[in-house]
Structures are given as C-alpha cells and as structure tokens.
Design a protein around this ligand. Structure first.
Ligand code: PEP
Ligand code: CO
Length: 452
C-alpha cells in the first residue's frame, strides 16, 4: 500500500473515530493496539476489490429474483477449530445446500461463508458469572479467550493479528476446496449418500433423485468446463472491531476508492446499526457489498435513513437487509419495513436470518433454537415477499458440517436431554450437517410453491 493510501484512510477515519462505537474491546495499553494495527496495515489484503464488485453484481441479481443468496457458517469461528476437516465439512455442507437450492429455485445460488473472519461477537452482558466468580464475557477469539480464567478473558490486541492469520489460512483452504476438484458437480450426488439414512429422506427422495438424474445427464453428455468443477464461496463476517476493519481497509488501485479487504461482504449487527454511530459511518465510506441486520423493533424510518446513509445513489447489489425477526413476529414486523423500502425505490436485497430471533433456553438452561421455528420464520419471510411482490433474496444461517447437537428437532429429533451430547458452539447453536440439508430441501420446496 502506498503511503498516500494510508493517509487517505487515516483522514477518512476521523469521520467515524468521532462517533460512538458500541461493543468495542477495551485494551489496557493503547500503544499495544497501535503496534498491532500498524502491522496489519502493512499486510496483504485477504480479498480483492474486483472480487467484491463481482459479488455485488451477483447480489444485484438476487435482488431482482434472478439469483438466491446462501450465507452459512459458525456463529463464532474459533482458532482451535480451524482445521482442514472442519473447514472441509462446512464447505461441503454449503455446496450441497447450494445444489439443492439451485434445483428448487432454478436460479444461481450465490454462496457466502460466515467464514474466514467471524471472530468477534457483541454480547448481551459485559460479564459472565460462574459459581460466584465474575469475569468479562467471551467476545470472540479475536478479542479474548473462551476459557473462564482472568488471563484468558483479558482483551488482548495480539489476537487481532491471529484473527488475520487464521482468516488467511481458512480462506486459502476454502479457495483450494472450491477450485481444486472438491466442488466438482458430478461428485455432488455422492455427497447426498450421508443423508439417505435420515428419516426425512423419503420425503425428499423424489427431488434428490431428480437432482441425481440431472447430474448424470450432464456427466453422460460429456459437457465439460470449469463451471462444473469449480465454484466460488465468498467470505463474510460481522464487522465489529473498528480498529481491525480500519487497518484492513485498502484503496482500490483501479478506482482509487476504499474497500474493506478482510472479507468480500461485511455486515453491521443488530446492536451496532445506530444511524449516528461509528459502524454505519465507517461502512458508508467503503464500496463493498454490505449488509445490515434488522431486528423486530426496526421501523420504516430506520430503514430509510440506512438507505440514505449507506446507499444514497441506489447502487444495485450494494445494500442487503438481513432480517432476524423471530418466527412469531416476522409476519407482523416485516411488511412495513419492506413496504417502506419498496416505496423509496432504491434497490435493497432482502435476506432472512431465521436464527437470531429464535434463540431460547431449554429447560436445562442450554441455549438452543427449535428447527421448526427456523423453518416457520423462513416461511413467513417468503409469505411477506409474496404478498408485497418483492423478492426473497436469500437466507443467512448458522451451521456446521459436523454432527453436533445444538438445535432441537429436525427429522433426526434432537431432544432437550440430548442437547448436551455434542454441543460445541462457543456462542449460538448451529444447524448440524443433516439439519442444514433438511433446511435446504424445505426451502427448495418453498421456492417452488411460491413460484419465485
Ligand atoms: C450474529 O449474526 O451472530 C449476531 C450477533 O446477530 P445479530 O446482530 O442479528 O444479533
Ligand atoms: Co449468532
């Protein structure tokens, strides 16, 4: 990066440094943070601006109903779980879901991992108390450690460097998996084999065998080409830690405009989307495709002000609203905000996050979600768009490719007393591999039912 670029970003940064930033880490030594961010400023970008623009074009298609977006990955990635197996399982799950959805929607599926950078979390409480001991809450591996000890829970700027390096390593593997034959469409039908023993399989057998037949047809007809063997999974995360995202901001050499380069797509969380706050200000200066989470208390005016600030010129594919309303609330809370954006006329893409409005505590105190609530919120999302004549642009789910037991229900019937058997998430409960495929099959059915 040229010296000149650094000074452009530093002077831009004054606009958000003057505004309140919520949910930020607290470091004991500001000099230490500066050393880390100075180092990160010298490091290569994780993604290129050109790739971000390409994704923006694909999101513009989703906004028009000509593509469907699939976001998937952990609530919180951890350094410890950055292994080839776990990343491979997640990539495979996302690709399998994408095949099922492509079949249901008959449009391309834009695949975006909540991966390679999802290392920081806003928490509802600053502290956590266990057996009378109170320590700072776990805020994600880029801020502090999960272990419940004072040393581990200290906010440590060195973790930002680690987060950068783990992101590099994860993204490298994702790129290798999606470019190197792992994603070969002709192999995808084999991947379904694990699902055949699922009690739900019978219901989807027709669809699965139609997909198989289509695959075999492609194979037999000798159609070749990179489209069948390679695909692209873009990266995304919640841009929470302002000094980190700022240190990875770069000036695009082609257009001389600023981009976040820690991921292709970044979003602002429900807790940090205040219109006069630092996150919204920072996002207004970059050219990536971006998202904002919208919870059940969002009103039409919030939506219009966010459009004014984040996409004043109405660029297609630039702004995605990710609604996370709750199954019981979506049908009432969503129409007025979709209508407001529709009336405004500047394009926005609507994506459903059916996870974060449906978190509950099981009777044994474990944080979980019900599979049926997740599906009901997605159905509500489709219903609202059908009534309003707008497009459901995609879904955003927390998932893993592993066989965990974190979400209640699904055809394999995870019950309250089996939740603890394999509960590995550091923050929110995720769909396991089988539940993820089941979600994809059910959405594929909905996509057909609603003729979208
Ligand atoms: C999340 O995506 O993990 C999250 C914290 O979501 P939200 O900002 O919607 O609460
Ligand atoms: Co979460």
């Amino acid at each position: 990066m040229f010296q000149d670029d650094n000074s452009v970003i530093t002077s831009l940064a004054q606009t958000w440094r003057n505004k309140p930033a919520k949910h930020q880490p607290c470091y004991e030594d500001p000099k230490h943070l500066k050393e880390v961010t100075d180092y990160l400023r010298t490091m290569p970008p994780l993604v290129f601006a050109g790739e971000c623009d390409q994704l923006k074009g694909q999101i513009a298609n989703a906004q028009k109903g000509e593509a469907f977006m699939l976001f998937g990955g952990d609530c919180a990635e951890s350094f410890e779980h950055t292994t080839a197996d776990r990343i491979g399982n997640k990539v495979r799950t996302i690709l399998q879901m994408a095949v099922i959805l492509t079949y249901g929607a008959s449009v391309p599926v834009v695949k975006i991992g909540r991966m390679a950078g999802q290392y920081s979390k806003p928490r509802s409480s600053d502290t956590e108390t266990i057996d009378g001991v109170t320590l700072p809450s776990y805020l994600g591996d880029s801020i502090n450690g999960f272990d419940f000890t004072p040393e581990s829970r200290l906010h440590d700027p060195e973790r930002l460097t680690k987060a950068y390096l783990y992101s590099v390593s994860t993204l490298n593997l994702v790129r290798a998996f999606t470019r190197g034959g792992f994603a070969d469409l002709r192999n995808v039908h084999k991947w379904n084999q694990g699902f055949v023993s699922n009690p739900a399989y019978e219901r989807y057998e027709n669809m699965a065998s139609e997909i198989n037949r289509a695959m075999k047809f492609v194979h037999a007809s000798g159609i070749e080409g990179p489209e069948l063997k390679q695909t692209q999974i873009y990266s995304s995360h919640e841009a929470l830690v302002i000094p980190f995202e700022e240190a990875l901001m770069r000036i695009d050499s082609r257009t001389r405009t600023p981009y976040f380069t820690s991921a292709h797509f970044l979003w602002i969380g429900e807790r940090t989307r205040g219109i006069d706050d630092a996150h919204v200000e920072m996002f207004s200066h970059v050219r990536n495709p971006i998202g904002v989470k919208l919870g059940p208390t969002t009103n039409p005016d919030d939506v219009l002000r966010l459009i004014d600030k984040l996409n004043p010129d109405g660029e297609e594919g630039r702004l995605t609203f990710i609604t996370r309303m709750g199954a019981g609330t979506i049908r009432e809370a969503m129409p007025k905000i979709v209508e407001a954006a529709k009336k405004d006329g500047r394009p926005v893409t609507w994506v459903s996050d059916p996870m974060h409005g449906n978190t509950i505590k099981a009777s044994n105190g474990i944080k979980t979600r019900r599979f049926n609530d997740i599906m009901d919120e997605i159905r509500g999302f489709f219903e609202v768009h059908e009534v309003l004549g707008t497009h459901p642009g995609g879904i955003h789910v927390e998932l893993t490719g592993d066989d965990v037991t974190e979400i209640l229900g699904g055809s394999e019937e995870i019950l309250e007393d089996t939740l603890a058997e394999r509960y590995e998430s550091l923050v929110d409960p995720r769909l396991n591999h089988q539940q993820s495929l089941e979600v994809a099959y059910q959405i594929a059915e909905m996509l057909r039912e609603f003729h979208l």
